[in-house]
Design a protein around this ligand. Structure first.
Ligand code: CA
Length: 233
């Protein structure tokens, strides 16, 4: 479940978006103008923002620039009633991850939102993920397919192992939360024999075995999640 912020001054559209996105399983908050949006973003952690460009008090483009200065990685989907190409360019230049022109199809919005959320959980999306262990072994992961190599030797990875390892490599030296892993897994096909609540621990255990002698370790950060570290030399 993702926590979304919808910033839209049109009451009918705002209520419609809130209802549909709640039904789609998200935790939804809303703001009616740019100033309210900024004060909510200052106090609450959101996974993504759906932002109308034409807003009272503080304009949507100004809100977007503000977000980019403070919350660089926060995904933003821009909505614009203005159809002009200039407005789109302005929106994207100000740092929108994606945009839709009103009126839009709700299924289209949901699909774009899912794609945006998924991309945001893969920090190095688009390029090969790579890290060098202390044992001088190089771990590489394909950004889109469940493929990995340790010193150019193909690794046997299931899709879930690959997405977990991608998150860890993309956040090297930083904690990856349980809920972040589970959120990414949710959008993928289930794998058999792993329905137990300790599934994450099982996968971490498997990855540790596969990373043996690589000079890379997956550390358990109690109560928070897991972190990939390069072993001390
Ligand atoms: Ca508006």
């Amino acid at each position: 479940m993702s926590h979304l912020l919808i910033v839209e001054d049109d009451e009918l559209l705002r209520d419609g978006l809130c209802a549909q996105l709640t039904r789609a399983g998200h935790n939804v908050s809303s703001a009616v103008d740019g100033a309210q949006a900024q004060s909510m973003l200052e106090t609450t952690r959101f996974d993504a923002v759906i932002l109308d460009l034409g807003l009272p008090v503080i304009d949507g483009v100004a809100v977007l620039k503000w977000i980019r200065q403070r919350l660089a990685a926060l995904p933003v989907l821009v909505l614009t009633a203005r159809d002009g190409i200039e407005d789109r360019v302005q929106g994207l230049n100000a740092g929108a991850d994606d945009y839709l022109t009103k009126p839009f199809d709700m299924a289209e919005l949901l699909a774009r939102l899912q794609a945006m959320l998924r991309r945001s959980r893969m920090p190095a999306f688009g390029g090969t993920l790579e890290v060098q262990g202390a044992a001088n072994k190089r771990l590489r992961l394909d950004p889109n397919l469940p493929l990995g190599w340790l010193d150019d030797e193909p690794m046997e990875l299931t899709r879930r192992e690959w997405s977990l390892l991608s998150l860890l490599v993309g956040n090297l030296g930083q904690v990856v939360g349980r809920e972040d892993v589970l959120a990414v897994w949710q959008s993928e096909p289930t794998e058999t024999g792993t329905g137990a609540s300790n599934a994450l621990e099982v996968y971490v255990h498997r990855l540790r075995r596969k990373l043996q002698d690589s000079g890379l370790s997956i550390r358990n950060v109690r109560g928070l999640g897991y972190m990939l570290e390069i072993d001390p030399p």
